[in-house]
Design a protein around this ligand. Structure first.
Ligand code: NAD
Length: 499
């Protein structure tokens, strides 16, 4: 059902019209839009044009308190709702999301800027993930242990409580949905905070959840800024667990805040993922995969393969092919059928990316391709950034160490396996990585030794949502996806019963 670049995308700007008509977007608390005077207002801008798309009423501490209150009340019954009923409701919600896929994708294009076919694929993917994950609601079993005839010992899996989720802007619908689905499946209720830059789809999917029959208070959405709504959520005593996706710097603050009541947490943080091409790789396939691995979503992807390591024997050929491949990416607005890369999320993000590239040049690196905003043919702003290839990067440079979160790849030459391994692991991050080789033994050696939570061999960016993905090192911890993610929203209680 997913669209490939060759398939014309049916999503049009008008698909978002009915949702945008409201003009003002308010927090969703206790199963309804929550109107109240005194909130700060923030315009939501189209990152491609800076056009105002609507106004978001920023949730503040009072809203977070109200949402946690509603979620706490709803927890009483949602946690006791049989797993098959939770699964049925979540499945119905996924069906509604699918039915509104064009609308949600159009909203994602408008608020985030991504190409429409990618936005649509994300929405379908999110609906699939809800269906797949919700199936675990009926399979949350415990253990029994033989203690002899006088004592019965077993464990009960109980949902952990109210879960706060905090989300970035880079994949608004899918990112929000994948954070909350394991919680709802496990019987937890949720207070979700989307990024203030991209609040639309989170608020729309909450309305759809109510339409699908999820009881009031089970899913609440507080679209506020990080320093107010986010911090209050992370500090809140009514929150048992935080699922945070965002930068490592913010993740550190969340960990500190969570100490107030020993919150459990999943942290999905930044990355600087290595992608390694060996001489023996299928080079055309490797280059296509490596380019998609960094340029998709304008590089605003946590698992982006931003450090490309290429073995000396194929280095020149790969750099040449990579330039050709990068030139094939059309940089343009999300609703243009030809667009492969949309704008960066904001002017400040563009300036950040440019600062990284300029800094790399000052440090002695060479820009092989790109390195500045694209000359877009459409009536758009400067947030469109060219696919950028940087060579002559050494491990001590800032561009080698820090996450750029833009369509910028470093290409580095290596000699042998040991050097490639040292380069790949020479980072504080450990989110993902790629490996291109025909040598099966080498593939096994590397998947054992590269310290990252997801490794792709002869592909990049494929996903198996039945299996967990956890960050390693400073990329975070805690499982996303699969049974493990659902189980992490429960606590196992041991019961000993004298017979
Ligand atoms: P960010 O850390 O600035 O913000 C993320 C979220 O945290 C936003 O909702 C923001 O409002 C909130 N926030 C900010 N300060 C806060 C505070 N003090 N307390 C509580 N909440 C606060 O990140 P961003 O710029 O929105 O997103 C980009 C980052 O997200 C990148 O580092 C990227 O790698 C990461 N990311 C990681 C994954 C993953 O799965 N590991 C996925 C997507 C994005």
């Amino acid at each position: 059902t997913y669209l490939t670049p060759q398939t014309p995308c049916p999503v049009r700007p008008g698909d978002a019209d009915s949702a945008l008509l409201r003009g003002e977007w308010l927090p969703w608390i206790d199963g309804r839009i929550s109107a109240r005077a005194g909130r700060k207002l923030l315009p939501v801008l189209d990152p491609a044009t800076d056009r105002e798309l609507g106004i978001v009423h920023l949730a503040d501490e009072e809203d977070v308190d109200a949402a946690v209150g509603a979620a706490t009340r709803a927890f009483e019954s949602w946690s006791e709702t049989p797993g098959r009923e939770r699964a049925r409701l979540l499945w119905a919600w996924a069906e509604l999301i699918e039915r509104h896929a064009y609308e949600l994708a159009a909203l994602d294009v408008l608020e985030n800027g991504m190409p429409a076919r990618q936005a649509l694929a994300y929405v379908h993917w999110a609906a699939d993930t809800i269906r797949e994950t919700s199936g675990w609601a009926t399979k949350l079993t415990g253990l029994t242990s033989d203690q002899g005839p006088g004592l019965f010992a077993h464990t009960l899996r109980v949902p952990v409580g109210v879960v706060g989720t905090i989300c970035p802007w880079n994949a608004p619908a899918a990112g929000f949905l994948r954070q909350i689905t394991p919680a709802l499946t496990a019987g937890c209720t949720v207070v979700g905070k989307p990024s203030e830059l991209t609040p639309f789809t989170a608020l729309r999917v909450a309305e759809l959840a109510a339409e699908a029959g999820l009881p009031p208070g089970v899913l609440n959405v507080v679209p506020g800024v990080g320093s107010v709504a986010g911090e209050h959520l992370a500090n809140h005593h009514g929150i048992a667990r935080i699922n945070f996706t965002g930068s490592t710097a913010t993740g550190r603050r969340i960990v500190e805040a969570s100490a107030t009541n020993m919150k459990r947490m999943t942290l999905e943080l930044g990355g600087k993922s290595p992608d390694i091409i060996f001489d023996d790789a299928d080079l055309p396939a490797a280059v296509v995969g490596a380019a998609a691995g960094i340029f998709t979503n304008a590089g605003q992807v946590c698992v982006a393969g931003s450090r490309l390591f290429v073995q000396a024997g194929c280095y020149d050929e790969v750099v040449e092919r990579l330039q050709q491949e990068a030139r094939r990416f059309t940089v343009g607005p999300g609703f243009e059928p030809a667009s492969d890369i949309g704008p960066l999320i904001s002017t400040s993000q563009r300036l950040r990316v440019q600062g990284h590239v300029d800094g790399a040049v000052e440090d002695g690196a060479t820009v092989v391709l790109g390195g500045r905003s694209a000359d877009a043919d459409w009536n758009v702003n400067e947030n469109f950034y060219q696919p950028t290839i940087i060579a002559d990067v050494t491990p001590d440079m800032r561009i080698a160490r820090e996450e750029v979160f833009g369509p910028v790849v470093n290409v580095v030459r290596f000699g042998d396996e040991e050097e490639a391994l040292a380069l790949a692991n020479g980072t504080e991050f450990g989110l993902a990585g790629g490996l291109w080789t025909q040598n099966l033994s080498r593939a096994h050696r590397f998947t054992r030794r590269v310290r990252a939570g997801m490794l792709w061999v002869n592909c990049y960016g494929a996903w198996a949502t039945s299996l967990p993905h956890s960050g390693q090192k400073q990329s975070g911890y805690g499982a996303k996806y699969g049974f493990q993610a659902v189980a992490e929203h429960t606590e196992e209680r041991t019961v000993l019963m004298k017979l």
